[in-house]
Design a protein around this ligand. Structure first.
Ligand code: ARG
Length: 558
């Protein structure tokens, strides 16, 4: 049951929409005051009354019932107490009944969300800089699906550009089929690095010719290119499968080769194009931005041109409700420009394009994704984390069976959670020790809590939720946290913040552990025992569902 919605439905404030009331309802800092609170400060302006007076009036108008048993007004807050017995019974039985589907809804029914994420560059390293886009995009993908949206996951491949001419040239000079086949993306990357270090004028000019050959459909050049592409994709798909990441489309930049001209024609017809130093641009000075480059002076298209074509293609193919671009904040300007151009072309759906920007990830030793010659491959980070997870798990519980399997879940979880736990726009320093700690705000902590809950539940002979059980304070904190799962999901989707789910999981785990320490479970008796077991089972299920949305599995034992 969504209590916030229940309350919001029963409050009317002139000039304030139901959605706003809904999103204003929060948990009070102190649970003595109530279980939910509506701060009235922001309504003061519209209503021309003091927050204290507003809270008083709303209190008099509110009719309590079997769900909300008490309402009070204090210092400009309207506080609600829920019927504890009713809430505990209804939420636990809902979780136990819905299982893996608990938290799912059909809010998004009939709406499609396109999510452009991970977007690898063919023949280039898949490095730690791709971690956030991959796991953020994937979490949003799972979240929107869970909320009933149709979701299209798009890997907008970086498979267009003069570097492919260079690569083919390098391969022709120094490459060897078996070596590349065996070394895969690493071998290809070495060829590219070698070209950049060693190529002379002659090779540069050959490279331009190879690029032209790819563009003009030359068979051999395209075969080599397709081979490099296949090797890159095979490599990244191995990583995607470990991270639980999926795509519905791999339409990359090249896919738009023949789809740019109509957009350019439309831009021209709408008088939006200008010549500037030989190049073709859309002037954005009036909007305080540098021009958006559409064609270079040699007639070649640009990154932005392909993004314009891609946006049009996605709109006409998927008729999206929203199209998200999960891309680092370094590209803020690029997306602002592209979205502006689409708006200037007269498309009202420009407002549905969203750049979901995120911060940088670096390692503790200062290594970053882009620093020259010091690329940190994402695969190495994952392997190292899984290796360390093995030691951490083995140390905690030397008798565990399937240590490798568990270490994979724990290590992968730590990589994902480490990237997702903070507000996405923050730069983060990834620390193996920190993300693999059993204490602290980590996936390991949450997984360990699940293992603990699982061990209790597996010793029970069936789960029977008693009727009309009056929960104590520690139990009720867990109940309320479980009841907050749905609103957390809705807010996470609205703000494109999987971190809300990560934080939620830690919060629920903490409350559960407090309950676990304070209250006997298996050695309790009668209805108390039954209730506590049911509460434990419901917590386990909710934590599993939360972690699953982030792409993290839960081992039975740890
Ligand atoms: N491949 C690009 C990069 O690595 C990211 C592409 C993002 N998506 C887009 N539609 N531009 O920078």
């Amino acid at each position: 049951m969504d209590y916030k919605k229940y309350i919001a439905d029963r409050i009317k404030i002139d000039g304030v929409g139901e959605n706003e009331i809904y999103s204003s309802i929060a948990l009070p800092p102190n649970s003595e005051m109530g279980d939910f609170a509506l701060p009235c400060f922001k309504f003061a302006k519209v209503l021309r009354k003091s927050p204290v007076a507003i809270a008083e009036e709303l209190k008099s108008a509110y009719v309590t019932d079997g769900v909300i048993s008490e309402v009070s007004a204090l210092n400009g807050y309207l506080n609600f107490k829920v019927n504890k017995v009713g809430l505990a019974g209804s939420i636990i039985s809902e979780v136990l009944k819905e299982g893996d589907g608990f938290g799912a809804s059909d809010t998004g029914a009939g709406k499609t969300v396109c999510i452009d994420y991970s977007s690898v560059n063919i023949a280039k390293p898949f490095h730690i800089g791709h971690l956030s886009t991959t796991v953020l995009g994937s979490a949003l993908y799972k979240l929107y699906k869970f909320l009933g949206y149709e979701v299209v996951g798009i890997n907008h491949l970086g498979d267009y550009g003069t570097q492919f001419g260079k690569l083919i040239c390098a391969y022709k000079h120094w490459g060897n089929k078996q070596e590349v086949e065996k070394g895969g993306i690493h071998a290809i990357n070495e060829l590219y690095v070698r070209f950049n270090n060693e190529a002379d004028e002659q090779m540069e000019s050959e490279a331009r010719e190879y690029f032209r050959l790819i563009e003009s459909g030359d068979r051999e050049a395209n075969e080599i290119f397709e081979w490099f592409k296949a090797l890159t994709l095979k490599y990244v798909e191995g990583i995607y499968s470990r991270l639980g990441v999926k795509f519905d489309s791999y339409a990359g930049e090249r896919f738009y080769t023949d789809k740019m001209q109509p957009v350019i024609d439309e831009l021209r017809a709408k008088n939006l194009l200008k010549e500037s130093e030989g190049a073709t641009i859309v002037d954005l000075e009036a909007y305080g931005m540098p021009p958006c480059l559409i064609l270079r002076s040699d007639g070649a298209s640009l990154y932005a041109t392909r993004d314009l074509a891609a946006a049009y293609y996605r709109k006409s193919t998927y008729n999206f409700h929203k199209c998200l671009y999960v891309v680092a904040y370094q590209q803020n300007l690029h997306f602002k420009q592209v979205f502006k151009v689409i708006e200037l072309m007269g498309n009202d759906w420009a407002k549905d394009l969203v750049h979901v920007a995120y911060g940088m990830v670096s390692l503790e030793d200062g290594a970053m994704s882009t620093r020259k010659g010091k690329v940190v491959w994402l695969e190495d980070v994952i392997n190292k984390c899984v290796e360390k997870a093995y030691n951490v798990v083995a140390e905690k519980n030397p008798d565990l069976e399937n240590k490798s399997e568990i270490a994979e879940k724990v290590g992968i979880g730590a990589v994902i959670f480490g990237a997702l736990y903070n507000n996405k726009i923050k730069d983060i320093v990834f620390s193996y020790d920190k993300v693999l700690s059993f204490e602290g705000e980590t996936s390991v902590y949450v997984q360990y809590t699940c293992a603990r809950a699982n061990s209790v539940v597996s010793k029970a002979e069936g789960i029977r939720l008693p009727n009309d059980y009056q929960p104590n304070a520690a139990e009720f904190e867990v109940v309320k946290a479980i009841a907050a799962f749905k609103t957390t999901l809705v807010e996470a989707a609205e703000k494109y913040e999987p971190s809300y789910i990560a934080r939620y999981a830690v919060d629920l785990a903490q409350k559960f552990n407090k309950f676990y320490i304070e209250c006997k479970i298996l050695s309790a008796e009668g209805e108390t025992k039954d209730f506590r077991l049911a509460l434990t089972a419901a917590t386990l299920q909710t934590l599993k569902n939360a972690l699953a949305l982030l792409g993290i599995g839960v081992p039975d034992k740890m």
